[in-house]
Design a protein around this ligand. Structure first.
Ligand code: GUN
Length: 285
C-alpha cells in the first residue's frame, strides 16, 4: 500500500526548498526579491486558513509577502483601486485575490482588473487564452500542481485515457488543456454526465474535483488506475476529507493521492513557483 500513496506534501517540501535556493540566487544576481500580495475580503474561515498558509510558505521560501485583509463591506470600486495600486508596484510580481468574494462584488470584474502578468492564479481571460492556444503563461495552480505530481511519479500520459470529474474554471477546464498538451485523451465530465461511473471506470487516470465528500467509490475506478483527489470537504467533526472514498478505492488503484497531504500542498507550491517565474521575467524585460 505505501508505495501506492502519492506524497504531495513531500514533493511540495522538496520543490519549496529548491525554490528558496532559486530565490536566493535571483536576489544575489539581480537584487530582486519575488513579491506576492494576497488580498482577502471578509472573514470566511476556510479562506483565512488558506491565506495564512500561503503567507507562511512565501516567507519561508524567502519571498516578500503581504496579506491585505479587507472588511466584507468594502465596495467593488475600493477593491479595484487597491488592485490598481499593486499592478503599478514593481516590488510585487504576483497578485492573488482569494475567492470566493462577497456577493456584492463581481469576481469577473475583479479578475479582469489584475495585470495578466501578475495574475499568479492564471484566472485572467488573457491567461486562459494563452493556455488554450498551447502557450501557457500563468496557469491555475491546482492543475499545475497535479501535472507536477504526475511527472514526479512518472505517470505516462501519452495517448492515455484521462477522465476529469468537474468542469470548473479553477480545476477541471485548465486541467483538461494541460493534459491535452501532453497528448492524453481527455474526457471532461460533470454533474449532468450520464452513466458517470461507467465513463470513469474506463480511465487510466481519474481526476476528481466535484466537491462532494466520498463521491467516488470502487464503481468508478479501473483496476490499476491512477486516482487524483482534489476534494477538500469537512466532515461533521471538521476533519478534512476528499471527494474519493479512500478506503474503498485505494485497494484497486495503482497510485492514489490522500486528503490531506496529496494535491493541496502542491497548490501553494505552484503559486510560489509562478510568482518566482514572474519575478524572473521582470529581469528579462
Ligand atoms: N479559493 C479556492 N481556491 C482558490 C484559488 O486557487 N485561488 C484563489 N484566488 N482563490 C481560491
Amino acid at each position: 500500500m505505501a508505495e501506492k500513496l502519492i506524497d504531495g506534501k513531500a514533493l511540495a517540501q522538496k520543490m519549496q526548498l529548491q525554490l528558496a535556493e532559486k530565490v536566493k540566487k535571483l536576489e544575489i544576481e539581480h537584487g530582486i526579491v519575488p513579491g506576492l500580495v494576497v488580498i482577502l475580503v471578509g472573514d470566511n474561515p476556510a479562506s483565512q486558513i488558506y491565506v495564512r498558509n500561503k503567507e507562511r510558505s512565501a516567507l519561508t521560501a524567502g519571498f516578500k509577502s503581504e496579506t491585505v485583509r479587507l472588511s466584507d463591506s468594502i465596495s467593488e470600486e475600493e477593491l479595484l483601486e487597491i488592485i490598481a495600486k499593486y499592478n503599478q508596484d514593481p516590488s510585487y510580481h504576483g497578485i492573488l485575490v482569494q475567492l470566493p468574494l462577497p456577493s456584492h462584488i463581481n469576481d469577473k470584474r475583479v479578475i479582469l482588473a489584475i495585470d495578466p502578468h501578475k495574475d499568479v492564479d492564471g484566472f485572467h481571460p488573457m491567461n486562459t487564452g494563452h493556455l488554450w492556444s498551447g502557450r501557457p503563461l500563468m496557469v491555475p495552480c491546482t492543475p499545475a500542481g497535479i501535472m507536477e505530481i504526475l511527472h514526479e511519479y512518472e505517470v505516462d500520459l501519452e495517448g492515455k485515457n484521462v477522465v476529469i470529474i468537474g468542469r470548473s474554471n479553477i480545476v477541471g477546464k485548465p486541467m483538461a488543456q494541460l493534459l491535452l498538451d501532453k497528448n492524453a485523451t481527455v474526457t471532461l465530465t460533470h454533474s449532468r454526465t450520464r452513466h458517470l461511473a461507467s465513463v470513469c471506470k474506463r480511465a487510466d487516470i481519474l481526476i476528481v474535483a466535484i466537491g462532494q465528500a466520498n463521491f467516488v467509490t470502487e464503481d468508478f475506478v479501473k483496476e490499476g488506475g491512477v486516482v487524483i483527489d482534489v476534494g477538500m470537504n469537512r466532515d461533521d467533526n471538521g476533519k478534512l476529507i476528499g471527494d474519493v472514498n479512500f478506503e474503498r478505492v485505494a485497494p484497486l488503484a495503482n497510485l492514489i493521492t490522500p486528503v490531506p497531504g496529496g494535491v493541496g500542498p502542491m497548490t501553494i507550491t505552484m503559486l510560489l513557483e509562478q510568482t518566482y517565474q514572474a519575478a524572473l521575467r521582470s529581469v528579462e524585460l
